[in-house]
Design a protein around this ligand. Structure first.
Ligand SMILES: Cc1cc2nc3c(=O)[nH]c(=O)nc-3n(C[C@H](O)[C@H](O)[C@H](O)COP(=O)(O)OP(=O)(O)OC[C@H]3O[C@@H](n4cnc5c(N)ncnc54)[C@H](O)[C@@H]3O)c2cc1C
Length: 659
């Protein structure tokens, strides 16, 4: 169906862009982190957008088989381009991001390679990493089983050492021990890091990682004793169905002893289990790395959804005219602003806390190298907590953006259903968010219990050292109120647990409150890092002011949403709560003229956004109209099935009917 493209040359959002009170180019730098980061991301995004192989507008209409084949094709083409253009690691990873289709490569680079780097000895790294880097093997990360995920210690797969042959025997003793979920396992991977119970000399030493070959490198068929396949279709159309999450069973599969990942512990030729002098906490380093990348992804997904919703809200008009004059842009409705602008502010907040986590990861890594483990536990707690809070907020926010786009938001062509379906499992993988927050709560309780012994908390927990002051003071509406709320919630929990007959029972009983205390602590971190960001020197006309506004929106909105906590802990008075809400309304009015420019600063191509509602030029209606005709249902005017099912119905004799 032809559509008049002349209109598409007009920028329907030009007036919005002209109204912005800041330098968008400078904001792009603030968002991306540097001029270099803007340039390289821009180059990679355009490279992907201009290549027909990376087309994705038909993805939700493909069958599962075709979608999977399309994913293989894109991954192979991306690799070809990476090699041909001699892209750097940074460029290659951005290119993969902009291809924007979940696939085995995500797990290969994101989990398999880091697991070997983190848990393999130098020799093992020398042997396996070059193979992985050149894609001579494809790896996945096989931890979760049908019967156990969160409780890693409950995994059932066994790796029993056989001293006669110097091998481990990998076995799945029960149905529930089948590996279940690993991405890339179902159809693509040749190898896996498999987590199994290590048994040697008749003793179970708990869960350890092993490199196991699964498929032939000649014809890709499963090796003897290996049963594997895909676990089936998942939520949504397109979306995560491009990924071959897999099932895997072992029937006494033998691997050489040196394929146990031996950095932290080894099994000797004689079968002795030996702990190395490398501390176990090193494992936390890998987790910090993986989770910081999940926080960075949260800001990407959230900013995409917000970009779509803001641009469309500026185009969409409803009501407001009694006499046939122009209707009101829905972006001007106060309710639309109060739902959308906090999400815009959250996108920026998560971006900056993600940058900080990236710094933290580097800091932790450097400290580990000189055997300084002092901040590791705290770093682990805040990455786990930030993963949980940012992914949950992002999943909710994408759905809110769908609603903010009204009916059209429900169309696949809006990009929002697929974005949502792809994104929501982030709340579950790499640690269920509730389980992670309870881990944070445990560390909070430990910190509270140590306060009286004079042990000073470090890093993001340092504020707890001000316990005397924070437990007593009346707070102004600023960071101190967030500190008082978080600390008082943690102290309340600790006191309640203290009254229980035993600590574990108390923790179990109080876990819903502990969850909220952990969230309060993490929200404090996000607010603090945003404030630290806006205190930096940020160049560009009006950029700092805009970020200051968004920071205030994030803080006051969080306060407003959790006012009950602030009041119940006496961290704020009801009057202060009401004033904060007043202030929030005024801030929204300041964000309004800048909203479109603030999402332009994300610098997303139309290809990456993948949304007719979020198009840069705002030419939404012709695009929606055109998109509808591409649906396979419209390939024929009269639908298939008419002759079998519609015509006989329509032509039935009235006498057969009792109506
Ligand atoms: C899309 C996707 C991709 C994945 N990719 C991989 C992969 O590549 N490799 C891999 O090994 N795994 C992978 N997984 C598995 C994933 O890591 C697990 O699903 C995840 O860790 C959650 O574990 P679970 O499924 O056992 O959930 P469960 O722990 O069974 O969760 C069920 C419910 O119980 C609650 N719960 C559990 N324990 C507690 C507790 N102690 N206290 C209070 N509540 C609790 C949870 O909050 C949740 O509400 C993937 C999963 C998904 C969805």
């Amino acid at each position: 169906m032809a559509v008049d493209h002349a209109a598409a040359e007009v920028d329907h959002l030009a007036a919005e862009r002209a109204a912005a009170r800041f330098d968008v180019e400078a904001m792009k730098i603030a968002w991306a982190g540097s001029r270099h980061a803007v340039d390289v991301a821009d180059r990679m995004a355009r490279l992907v957008a201009s290549d027909p192989v990376f087309r994705k507008d038909n993805r939700t209409m493909l069958s599962r088989k075709d979608l999977f084949k399309d994913t293989l094709r894109k991954a192979a083409h991306a690799w070809k381009r990476i090699v041909e253009l001699r892209l750097t690691e940074e460029e290659a990873s951005l290119l993969r991001q902009y291809v924007d289709q979940p696939g085995y490569v995500d797990l290969h680079w994101g989990m398999f390679v880091p697991a070997i780097k983190g848990q393999g000895t130098e020799e093992q790294q020398k042997k396996w990493l070059p193979l992985a880097y050149k894609f001579q093997i494809i790896g996945c990360y096989a931890q979760t089983e049908l019967g156990h995920g969160s409780n890693v210690q409950g995994l059932e797969t066994t790796a029993t050492f056989d001293p006669m042959t110097d091998e481990f025997v990998i076995h799945s003793p029960t149905l529930t021990s089948s590996k279940w979920w690993p991405g890339g396992l179902g159809k693509a991977s040749t190898h896996a890091v498999v987590y199994a119970r290590l048994i040697t000399e008749g003793k179970d030493y708990g869960i350890h990682g092993f490199i196991v070959q699964l498929r032939s490198l000649e014809d890709h068929s499963p090796l003897p004793g290996v049963t594997l396949g895909d676990i089936g279709g998942k939520f949504g159309s397109g979306a995560y169905n491009s990924m071959d999450n897999g099932v895997l069973r072992f029937d006494h599969v033998r691997i050489p002893r040196d394929q146990m990942l031996m950095r932290l512990s080894q099994v000797t030729r004689e079968g002795k289990y030996v702990q190395s002098d490398v501390p176990k906490q090193l494992l936390y380093g890998t987790m910090v790395y993986v989770r910081q990348s999940i926080v960075a992804d949260a800001s990407k997904a959230l900013s995409r959804a917000v970009c779509i919703a803001v641009r469309y809200s500026a185009i969409r008009k409803q009501f407001g005219s009694q006499d046939g004059g122009p209707e009101t842009q829905v972006l001007n409705y106060r309710t639309q602003q109060s739902r959308l602008f906090p999400l815009l502010a959250s996108a920026y907040a998560f971006r900056f806390v993600g940058d900080w986590l990236n710094w933290l990861y580097t800091d932790v890594t450097q400290k580990l190298e000189v055997k300084d483990y002092s901040t590791l536990q705290e770093a682990h707690a805040c990455t786990a907590g930030l993963k949980a809070v940012t992914t949950s907020a992002t999943a909710d926010a994408i759905e809110e953006c769908r609603k903010l786009c009204g009916g059209h938001g429900y169309l696949n062509s809006s990009g929002l259903p697929e974005l949502f379906a792809v994104y929501v499992p982030a709340c579950t993988y790499e640690g269920d968010n509730v389980v992670l927050l309870l881990q944070v709560a445990r560390i909070l309780m430990k910190t509270v219990s140590q306060l009286t012994s004079g042990k000073q908390p470090v890093g993001t927990m340092a504020y707890m050292g001000k316990v005397q002051h924070l437990m007593q003071s009346k707070c102004a509406v600023k960071t101190e109120a967030f500190e008082a709320r978080a600390l008082r919630m943690a102290v309340n929990c600790a006191q309640n647990i203290g009254q229980a007959s035993n600590q574990e029972e108390g923790f179990y009983e109080r876990s819903p409150d502990l969850l909220e205390a952990a969230v309060a602590h993490i929200q404090l971190i996000i607010v603090t890092k945003f404030i630290e960001k806006v205190h930096q020197d940020i160049p560009g006309h009006g950029v700092k002011e805009q970020l200051q506004n968004l920071c205030n929106v994030y803080a006051l909105y969080t306060l407003h949403k959790h006012l009950g906590d602030f009041l119940a802990t006496g961290s704020l008075t009801p009057k202060q709560g009401a004033l904060a809400n007043e202030q929030l309304g005024k801030l929204y009015a300041q964000v309004r003229p800048n909203a479109v420019a603030l999402v332009d600063a994300f610098n997303y191509t139309d290809h990456y956004l993948g949304s007719v509602l979020g198009r840069y030029d705002g030419n939404v209606y012709p695009a929606l109209y055109e998109e509808a005709w591409k649906d396979p249902l419209n390939e024929t005017v009269v639908p298939e099935g008419y002759h079998e099912y519609l015509r006989p119905l329509l032509k039935q004799q009235l006498k057969l009917s009792r109506l």
